[in-house]
Design a protein around this ligand. Structure first.
Ligand code: FE2
Length: 131
């Protein structure tokens, strides 16, 4: 039977893997935009990034609730803001304003990296010490 400590260690590993996957999808979108990929391809990359981010954020939010995490609201608000920005990029793209995506990618990358380095790190530390 899996102990709580094993569960928490596994949860941390899964979360780190999910962050790497999310950043990989953002990089793939950036590469597609930089290389001048056609609109359907950029749209697919955007959809993949948004779908994965939605699933990843839900899993983190579930973990926070399970742990009665004390920074839930602020952390969840970061997730909501990231999704708003990603969906705004998708809306620009769908409206034929794909050129705007290029200027927003660095900000998105900075936001996600800052979130992982601060709020996600705090959550991981909390989970490790509250088993
Ligand atoms: Fe997070």
């Amino acid at each position: 039977m899996t102990s709580i400590a094993q569960f928490n260690a596994q949860a941390n590993k899964v979360t780190e893997r999910e962050h790497a996957e999310q950043l990989g999808l953002l990089q793939a979108l950036s590469d597609a935009v930089e290389c001048g990929a056609d609109a359907p391809e950029v749209g697919r990359q955007l959809d993949a990034l948004i779908a994965y981010s939605e699933a990843h954020f839900v899993s983190e939010e579930l973990l926070m609730r399970m742990k009665s995490y004390d920074d839930y609201e602020e952390h969840q608000e970061d997730h909501a803001q990231m999704l708003i920005q990603m969906r705004a990029m998708a809306a620009d793209h769908a409206a034929g304003r794909s050129a705007l995506i290029h200027g927003k990618l660095q900000g998105m990358f900075d936001f996600i990296c800052r979130h992982i380095a601060t709020r996600d790190k705090r959550l991981a530390d909390y989970v490790r010490t509250n088993q």
